[in-house]
Design a protein around this ligand. Sequence first.
Ligand code: ADP
Ligand code: MG
Length: 319
Amino acid sequence: SDTIRSVCSGQVITSPYSIVKELIENALDAGASIIEIRLEENGLGKIEIRDNGCGIKEEDRPSVALPHFTSKLKNFSDLFLVNTYGFRGEAVSAICSIAKVAMITRHSSDSVAKSYMVRSDGVLSQTGTIHNNVGTTFIVTELFKNLPVRKKFYQGKKGKEQLNEIDHFIRGIAIANPSVRFMLRHNRQLVWQHASSRHLKDSMASVYGTVGDMIEINYSKEDSGVQVTGMLSTSGKSSKKPPFIVVNKRLVKFKALQKSFKKLYDNMFPSGAVCITLSPNLVDVNVEVDKSAVICRNEADLISIVEEIVGKQVLNTES
Ligand code: ADP
Ligand code: MG
């Protein structure tokens, strides 16, 4: 169908980071409020993502890892609503084709959890019954078992970069989902945890350790349908890492806005996050391979609003 064809372009799974990202997004789509991420050897040894979401119904399990299975997309126009992260049904099946995957799940209607091995073609075999809470766990080992060059690539220095990238992603997704508790462990050590909170400020403190050098932003303009909240440092911190940008509760890449931060902060990026709420008809998030690019109608207006707020509220300039 047209739906299938239009959403199946491109490779999603190319790195340990992309596996973690896809599995976390699935956990969020399942309504999880606690997501635990356990990695070994920078994700190359093991990636385990445990959530307390709704679990997977017994009748859906045989399809979960088949190419193009998704329980999320209802029809083509849903693609333009941004309520869920998933819609292509590609991730689980792609992960199974390059790694060994085990799955444990208990749906809210089940009395026990069941564990499965997932074959590389996506076919499941049950391996046991476990007394777990409602939710789903994916355990990914033997990553890139059939792609030795890729594996070698991530065994070196690139492995550590993957861990940093994963850590950074979790901090961003925690800011976008402040009520979700995230825990990241690496080689059994707790790296970081996000204490869930209803408030962005607490989330930010948990993400950054301290927000002492940041100023809170709070702006809303009824007639333009734009609301901007967040916290930003008053001076530039790094030329590499832009602040997190969240649009309508989604962590996004917003290149044009990142550029304007650099301009405002003398060629550096501030640390912190900016959370923008727009009426949905002003924004197209995703329809991109990694679903994180944002396209705003009247982007230039939005950018000048943000520039003005940051200038006045954070940097204390009149412009
Ligand atoms: P998509 O997210 O695009 O639907 P995926 O391949 O990522 O595709 O996942 C396939 C399907 O497996 C999802 O639509 C969902 O029904 C189910 N699923 C995957 N992970 C979880 C999870 N953590 N909790 C509940 N259901 C899940
Ligand atoms: Mg998905």
